[in-house]
Design a protein around this ligand. Structure first.
Ligand SMILES: *Cc1c(COP(=O)(O)O)cnc(C)c1O
Length: 371
C-alpha cells in the first residue's frame, strides 16, 4: 500500500482550464478576471458583502490588524491553541496576543474565560475555528457587543463550516481564510478577508496595493504593502470554489468513516460537535486518554514506521513556544489537548479501505499500549 498522506489537494474542476487561460492571455499577475470572480463568488458563498483576496492567510490576518489600527499596547484575545499565524499577525503590529484556554470538548476558545481577560487595552476578540469546527460565535459575539469589542474570525481552517446555517466568515467585523495547499480548498498559497464593512474593505484594499490612490496612478497615500493575490492563484481558487460542496461532502464522508471505525476504540475521544454546528472537517483528530501509556509522539512514530501513515500533532499552545513564551499563562486544557492530540489523515481522496486501514493500525498500537 502506498504512503497515506495527512492532506492532499484535489483538482477535479476547472482549475487547469482557468490556469491555462491566464498563461495564454498573459494575465498572470495581480490583474485579471479571476481575481474579481473569485472574490465575488467567495463573498456570496459566505453571505457577506466583500471579499478581499491577498497572498496568503497570514497577511489576510495582518491586513485586518492594520485596518483596525492595532498598535503597541493593544491587546487581542485569542485561543492559546491555534496556528502561530494568528498570534504573529498581532505581533507584526506590535500588539499583544492574550491567550485563552480551550473548551475540553470542542478544543475551541472557551467563552467562559474571555471576560476575565478583558482589560482597558483590549481591542478585539479573535476566535479560531479550530480544525474546521466553528468556535462558539453566538456567545463570543454577545460578550464582544456588551464590552464594545470587535470580533475577528480566523477562519483559515473552516471554509463552509456553519452554526445554525450561518457560515464561518460572516459572524465578526471581518474574517480571514487561507488557501494553503493543505486547506479545505486551495490556491497553492492564498488568503481572503471577508467583511460587510465598506470602509474597512476600502482601507484594506489600499493597504494591500502599496497604498496607491484609487484614482491617481502611482500616487501613494500611505506606506502600504504588496499583499496581492495573482490571477493564477485566483484561477485555481475559483475552480476549487465552484466544487466546494463536493470537497466538503468528501470530508464529511471521511469523518463519518472515522467515527464509525473508531467507535469501538475506548481510549480516545474526538472533537465534540455541538448541536446545530456544521464541522468542515479540515482535520479529524483524536485525543489519547491516560490509559494509553505511549506518548503521543510514540503513537505517531509507530503509525509512520510500521504502517507508512503520515500523522501530525495538534498545534502546540502559543505560550509554550519561544516567540510567545509566558510561564504566567495558565491554559491547562489547551496544554493537555496539545500533549495528547493527533491529527489523522484528512482529505477527500481517502477511501473506506484507507480509513479502515488507518483505524485498524491505530487501534492495534493503542491497545497494545494500554495492556
Ligand atoms: C493556515 C492557517 C493560517 C495561515 O494561513 P497561510 O495561508 O498558511 O498563511 C492562519 N491561521 C490558522 C488557524 C491556520 O490554520
Amino acid at each position: 500500500m502506498k504512503r497515506i498522506m495527512i492532506a492532499e489537494p484535489i483538482f477535479n474542476g476547472n482549475e487547469k482550464k482557468y490556469l491555462d487561460e491566464c498563461i495564454e492571455t498573459g494575465w498572470v499577475s495581480a490583474s485579471g478576471r479571476f481575481i474579481h470572480e473569485f472574490e465575488a463568488a467567495f463573498a456570496e458563498y459566505c453571505g457577506v458583502k466583500h471579499a478581499l483576496s491577498c497572498s496568503n492567510g497570514t497577511v489576510s490576518l495582518h491586513l485586518i490588524m492594520l485596518a483596525l489600527g492595532i498598535q503597541p499596547g493593544d491587546e487581542i484575545i485569542m485561543p492559546a491553541l491555534t496556528y502561530i499565524a494568528t498570534a504573529n499577525a498581532v505581533r507584526y503590529c506590535g500588539g499583544t496576543p492574550v491567550f485563552i484556554d480551550s473548551e475540553e470538548s470542542t478544543y475551541n476558545m472557551d467563552p467562559d474565560k474571555i471576560e476575565a481577560a478583558i482589560t482597558p487595552r483590549t481591542k478585539a476578540i479573535m476566535p479560531v475555528h479550530l480544525y474546521g469546527l466553528p468556535a462558539d460565535m453566538e456567545r463570543i459575539v454577545k460578550i464582544a457587543d456588551e464590552r464594545h469589542l470587535v470580533v475577528i474570525e480566523d477562519a483559515a481552517e473552516a471554509h463552509g463550516s456553519m452554526i445554525h446555517g450561518k457560515k464561518a466568515g460572516s459572524f465578526g467585523k471581518a474574517a480571514s481564510f487561507s488557501f494553503f495547499g493543505n486547506k479545505i480548498i486551495t490556491c497553492g498559497e492564498g488568503g481572503i478577508v471577508t467583511t460587510d464593512d465598506e470602509d474597512l474593505y476600502a482601507y484594506m484594499l489600499q493597504l494591500k496595493t502599496q497604498g496607491v490612490d484609487r484614482q491617481k496612478r502611482y500616487w501613494h497615500n500611505m506606506v502600504g504593502y504588496n499583499y496581492r493575490m495573482t490571477n493564477m492563484q485566483a484561477a485555481v481558487g475559483l475552480g476549487q470554489l465552484e466544487n466546494i460542496e463536493w470537497h466538503l461532502q468528501q470530508r464529511e464522508r471521511v469523518a463519518g468513516l472515522y467515527k464509525e471505525y473508531l467507535s469501538d476504540c475506548e481510549n480516545i475521544r474526538m472533537q465534540a460537535e455541538p448541536d446545530g454546528y456544521h464541522h468542515a472537517y479540515w482535520m479529524n483528530t483524536v485525543i489519547l486518554d491516560d490509559f494509553v501509556k505511549l506518548t503521543r509522539d510514540d503513537v505517531m512514530r509507530q503509525m509512520e514506521e510500521e504502517y507508512d501513515i503520515e500523522m501530525r500533532p495538534l498545534f502546540y499552545p502559543m505560550h509554550i513556544m519561544p516567540p510567545y513564551y509566558d510561564s504566567s499563562v495558565s491554559c491547562p486544557v489547551a496544554e493537555r489537548l496539545a500533549n495528547r492530540g493527533i491529527c489523522l489523515p484528512s482529505h477527500g481522496y481517502l477511501s473506506e479501505e484507507d480509513v479502515a486501514y488507518i483505524c485498524t493500525a491505530f487501534k492495534a498500537i493503542v491497545s497494545r499500549s494500554v495492556k
